[in-house]
Design a protein around this ligand. Sequence first.
Ligand code: DGI
Ligand code: FE
Ligand code: FE
Ligand code: FE
Length: 182
Amino acid sequence: MRRDILSRLHGYRYEHSLGVERCAIALAKKYGGDPALAGAAGILHDITKHLSPQEQLNLCEKYGIIPCTVEKSEPKMLHGKTAAAIARREYHMPDEVCDAIACHTTGRAKMTILDKILYLADYIEETRDFPGVEKARELAETSMDRALLYCYDQTLIELITRGKLIHSDTIAAYNDMIRQGV
Ligand code: DGI
Ligand code: FE
Ligand code: FE
Ligand code: FE
């Protein structure tokens, strides 16, 4: 199955997905998640990322995903939800893996350990190279929640700087961390 999944990934996304798989397994071992589920979430999380906005919307139609107004204007954001549908329907992944894949782009309130592992691994895996990634890696050494809040901060700053729409799940994820006093 792993080989079948990898055959659908190409170029940078192939390397990135292997990086997320490795990093998610390491984070699971460190923070008490299930390494096998974390690895599966890692290689599957961007399986639909290459699809066009129209193809994202077609998959939503097919799998009964109802895009919100932000997702309608930024359909590439739907790749987590469409990848989760593929993980469920084509690879029979358990709910916890599909849920983590579905929220890996925005985060959400009440993230599970597996949700956090995938979100963070997506941000800090070894091929990532952008301002702030070193700081996120450093925080991930000692606290998953502090690392996660740092990722949310950076993402929100970036979205605001670029004048982008902010998804309600992105805000919910941020507020949840602040409320918990992270
Ligand atoms: O698929 P990857 O590139 O590995 O990473 P990802 O799935 O985390 O996607 C990151 C992109 O998603 C990044 O360009 C910012 C965008 N994004 C995340 N939250 C929001 C968002 N874009 C908008 N417009 N609004 C959000 O709330
Ligand atoms: Fe993604
Ligand atoms: Fe991400
Ligand atoms: Fe990714």
